[in-house]
Design a protein around this ligand. Structure first.
Ligand SMILES: [Zn+2]
Ligand SMILES: [Zn+2]
Length: 327
């Protein structure tokens, strides 16, 4: 198995991080339309703030909104494509599958300062072996790198998984190259004890939102879950579990902290109407969204699954754990 390297600088603890940036969804919900073509992609900002009605825990999240595009700058934020990789550093290969890892996400501190960048480091990379690791993960094997963009030296020009013949057993777990268009949202506790009461409040007081979003009647009973947490590829917030929650522990004995989700579902799912459909999704003549109208990463993890990554910022090597879930 590939092992993480150690010896990177100690990360800032979450308490030391600069305060998260405010939510910046569409500020004018009366004019928001999923097919407005508004750019960059943004999700719906409800008319109501549920946290003023109920005392719910909130967390800020950054939806990445990957859209297919060649990103020439090796140092830029992206999904898929070529990362900034030092020429003297061996490209990681999976010992299980005898194949190269692929870049999934590269983010700069400028674009996503919410990531827990260690002191003096400003570039985050997440790679995985896209084939299934059945014995341990039932999904891709994830590794991460935290780097300084100014001390990389010469960059590797030929990236093995792009330039060499490479056949993944699960090609839909190899992302297409995308630019990212971060959107800040505020999420609230997805599993409060009084979830039925909150959903009833939304149906009573926010029918115009449910109508505008074309939420199907059968899903309105559980309305709160549509507004609690975003389903797409994102940094921070709540994990948005497909199955049961998972709470990994670090070898140091502490609980790990949720870092990010890589999702198959960057256009919102079919049941929540347009709740999480970004502004560049097109509609057909009956008003239904056309998922294929957006070209994203193309990732399809199992059956619309997600990979969740956790980190321990107390340990110098910034160890991570990942889990794959699908429906
Ligand atoms: Zn592998
Ligand atoms: Zn630890």
């Amino acid at each position: 198995m590939y092992r993480e390297q150690t010896g990177q600088p100690r990360a800032l603890s979450y308490e030391q991080l600069p305060s998260l940036m405010p939510a910046q969804g569409n500020s004018d919900p009366s004019t928001w339309r999923p097919d407005s073509g508004a750019w960059p992609p943004r999700t719906y900002q409800p008319h109501f703030d549920i946290t003023t009605q109920f005392p719910l825990a909130t967390k800020n999240a950054v939806l990445l909104h990957p859209r297919r595009k060649h990103v020439a700058d090796p140092l830029a934020s992206k999904v898929g494509g070529k990362p900034a990789w030092p020429v003297g550093e061996e490209w990681p290969n999976c010992d299980n599958h005898q194949k190269p890892f692929v870049l999934v996400i590269q983010l700069t501190q400028n674009d996503v300062p919410e990531l827990p960048f260690p002191m003096n480091l400003d570039l985050f990379q997440l790679l995985w072996c896209p084939d299934d690791h059945v014995a341990t993960l039932y999904g891709p094997l994830v590794i991460t790198r935290w780097r300084s963009s100014t001390s990389l030296g010469s960059l590797l020009k030929s990236i093995p998984w792009i330039d060499e013949k490479f056949e993944a057993e699960y090609p839909e777990q190899v992302p297409n190259e995308c630019a990212v268009y971060p959107e800040r949202i505020t999420e609230s506790d997805p599993t409060p004890e009084n979830i039925d009461e909150i959903s009833a409040w939304i149906n009573e007081n926010a029918k115009e939102d449910l109508d505008a979003l074309r939420v199907l009647p059968g899903y309105r009973e559980d309305a709160y879950s549509l507004f609690a947490e975003g389903p797409g590829t994102k940094v921070g917030g709540f994990p948005s579990w497909v199955q049961d929650p998972w709470e990994p522990s670090c070898e140091c004995g502490r609980d790990m902290q949720y870092l990010l989700t890589v999702s198959s579902d960057d256009v919102g799912d079919g049941f929540s109407g347009y709740r999480w459909a970004p502004s560049d999704v097109r509609r057909d003549e009956t008003g239904l969204r056309i998922p294929d109208s957006i070209e994203g990463s193309g990732l399809c993890l199992g059956d619309a699954g997600r990979v969740y990554v956790f980190i321990c910022t107390h340990c110098e090597s910034l160890p991570i754990s990942s889990i794959f879930q699908c429906s």
